[in-house]
Design a protein around this ligand. Structure first.
Ligand SMILES: NC(=O)c1ccc[n+]([C@@H]2O[C@H](COP(=O)([O-])OP(=O)(O)OC[C@H]3O[C@@H](n4cnc5c(N)ncnc54)[C@H](OP(=O)(O)O)[C@@H]3O)[C@@H](O)[C@H]2O)c1
Length: 307
């Protein structure tokens, strides 16, 4: 039998990280699909040796420590999830955001290059400005509207052609802070919600993305890949769907415009940044529909004992 593939995960304590580490270890995290196998292969016992590093264990802004960590552990693959993800806070904290998302990613690409490790860096739809008027393909021109988007774009630029960049969007998991929890709590308590209908995008369920990253780690293709659940939607439609899944009706979610938000969010977000996943679907199985994924999240968060 081949030796296990040694996979180092940065940002392993984040919402994608916790699901990815479970899947690499052969477990099915909360909210996961039991049938979505992008390359038709289940994770085998001892297929992966997992080095899961949280922020506390490896700060990716520390160039020397990043280099030392990769030289000491010699992973085959790094799945790089560590990121500064507070999109609005980044507008007034740009240096910190760029230090993590741009320089930190550069540190990993350099160390991976020095150690013969394949880097898989996760990026975002917010590298686009949303003006295309159609789904974004991998080759489309980037033009971020926010500090967060610019920092992630710079992180992409600091990667090498042989690295793999996985762009994803609107990530939500059972574990981790995201909008589904807010909506579901309001639905359960009888309150109503207002969500914008003038931002269109693609939902990505954290465990579905994690499952896709396992297939990317096996194949290590290089280049840019768009990975998201199937179908486009808006924040309002997500809220309405979650409400209906929990038994609420027309009275639950109200559609508003971004200009109605008060106070106005600090960061500008693209009006339409849904990711075209044709390239993904031509090499791997299509991701589940977003409604299927969000239904799993809503169901499993109710089953979870500890929030
Ligand atoms: N969430 C989304 O909607 C979304 C959309 C598109 C793309 N993405 C990308 O997907 C990836 C995973 O996102 P996620 O949703 O899992 O984010 P997340 O839950 O915010 O996790 C990010 C993790 O990175 C850690 N981190 C922050 N600064 C770090 C540093 N200097 N060194 C090491 N670790 C650090 C955080 O730790 P602390 O919390 O302890 O600081 C956190 O555990 C990121 O690259 C993100 O940009 C996310």
């Amino acid at each position: 039998m081949n030796r296990p593939l040694r996979v180092l995960v940065t940002g392993a304590g984040g919402q994608v990280g916790v699901d990815l580490v479970d899947i690499l270890r052969g477990e099915l995290p909360w909210g996961a699909s039991s049938t979505y196998l992008p390359d038709a292969r289940a994770v085998e016992d001892d297929e992966f040796e997992v080095l899961a590093l949280t922020h506390h264990e490896l700060d990716i802004t520390d160039r020397d420590r990043v280099s030392a960590a990769l030289h000491a552990t010699r992973p085959d693959v790094v799945i790089h999830l560590a990121a500064y993800t507070a999109v609005d806070r980044a507008e007034t904290d740009a240096d910190a955001c760029f230090a993590v998302n741009a320089a930190g990613t550069g540190n990993l690409s350099d160390a991976a290059h020095d150690t013969g490790t394949h880097l898989i860096a996760v990026s975002t739809d917010y590298v686009f400005d949303g003006m295309k008027g159609a789904s974004y393909v991998e080759e489309d021109r980037t033009n971020p509207l926010s500090v967060y988007g610019a920092s992630k774009r710079d992180g992409e630029v600091l990667c090498r052609p042989e690295d793999t960049i996985v762009r994803t969007s609107w990530v939500m998991g059972v574990r981790g802070k995201n909008v589904v929890h807010v909506i579901a709590d309001r639905a359960a308590s009888g309150e109503s919600v207002r969500f914008v209908k003038d931002q269109t995008g693609t939902v990505t369920v954290a465990s579905d993305l994690a499952r896709s990253l396992v297939s990317v780690a096996r194949t290590r293709p290089g280049g840019i890949w768009h990975v998201a659940n199937t179908g486009t939607t808006t924040w309002y439609d997500i809220a309405d769907f979650v409400g209906r899944t929990l038994g609420r009706d027309d009275d639950f979610a109200t559609a508003i415009l971004t200009s109605d938000l008060s106070p106005a969010p600090l960061a500008h977000r693209p009006e339409r940044s849904d990711l075209d996943t044709t390239k993904w679907r031509s090499h791997f199985a299509a991701m589940p529909k977003w409604t299927d994924g969000v239904e799993r999240l809503v169901r499993d968060r109710l089953l979870r004992v500890t929030p």
